[in-house]
Design a protein around this ligand. Structure first.
Ligand code: NDP
Length: 253
């Protein structure tokens, strides 16, 4: 029964990725620059981010404790990587984004984010719980782990850097959007999404797991259409927007 439940949740993760990928080409999630009326009540942006991301932070930790993960090296390394991202995203990022806390974030979007993170944190945590003793220390020398960890950290670094650059623009000009300049922004409109996407492909590689891959696929399905929408928005909004800049994949798209 437990096996069946796990498989159903895993299947749901892949199903949601596919559904989101198709739907997000037609409907861009209505927050940030794509904010618009007709999506019901709104809440403070800071609290929305904490609410959305908390289940991902918490669920994996719960399974780690249930599995007594601290007695095992590889699960401990995995959770350190995961929480490196989620402590930042849940507790640090929301406190940096905006000085004011106007009610601008649609509750529906926050609830969708919350539900997905509950599922995703749960399935990744459950997977680690089920397999905790199967990863021996030798896994840390496996090329999949080494490459995956390197890709994860590279993506994490890019994501942090790009979010920080955007924040600087927001701080300089709290009520307007500006054209980001420098670094990866010269190549693509959304380096933060690019970093996030490669980060979770790194996770999939280093854990070599179906739930890890499901999260990587979902992140791509979620952020790729939004990056295209952001890129279109930049080109429409700024007449002088750099012509050679791509949306999300340097030199390609
Ligand atoms: P955005 O790039 O749309 O916005 C990030 C922040 O920068 C916001 O505060 C935004 O302000 C500000 N900003 C963005 N562009 C400009 C600009 N040109 N000028 C001034 N300020 C700007 O990212 P998201 O809000 O969509 O995502 C935030 C983080 O969450 C990212 O790191 C992303 O990778 C991650 N994320 C991950 C997902 C996943 O599936 N794994 C899903 C969604 C997000 P404002 O709010 O006013 O637009």
């Amino acid at each position: 029964m437990l096996n069946l439940t796990y498989n159903v949740f895993l299947f749901l993760q892949y199903g949601l990725a596919l559904l989101s990928f198709v739907a997000l080409f037609f409907v861009t999630a209505p927050y940030g620059r794509h904010s618009r009326k007709g999506w019901g009540p709104r809440m403070g942006e800071r609290f929305a981010w904490i609410l959305m991301e908390f289940p991902a932070f918490f669920m994996i930790l719960l399974f780690y404790v249930l599995a007594r993960g601290w007695t095992l090296i590889v699960p401990t390394v995995f959770i350190l990587f995961w929480e490196l991202h989620y402590v930042q995203r849940t507790f640090v990022y929301p406190n940096l984004i905006r000085k004011s806390d106007r009610k601008i974030f649609p509750v529906t979007v926050a609830l969708m984010g919350f539900s997905f993170n509950l599922l995703n944190g749960g399935v990744n945590g459950w997977y680690l719980y089920r397999t905790a003793s199967q990863y021996t220390v030798a896994w840390l020398w496996d090329i999949r782990f080494i490459l995956g960890a390197a890709v994860f950290l590279a993506g994490y670094g890019i994501n942090l850097y790009a979010d920080r650059e955007l924040r600087k623009l927001r701080d300089k000009n709290p009520d307007e959007y500006s054209v980001p300049r420098g670094g990866l922004f010269e190549l693509i409109s959304c380096p933060n999404y690019f970093g996030e996407m490669i980060e979770w492909f790194g996770w999939a590689l280093m854990t070599w797991s179906w739930p890890g891959l499901a999260f990587a696929v979902f992140t791509f399905a979620n952020l790729f259409p939004r990056a295209l929408a952001n890129h279109r928005w930049y080109k429409k909004t700024f007449k002088n927007y750099p012509k050679d800049r791509k949306a999300i994949i340097p030199f390609v798209l």
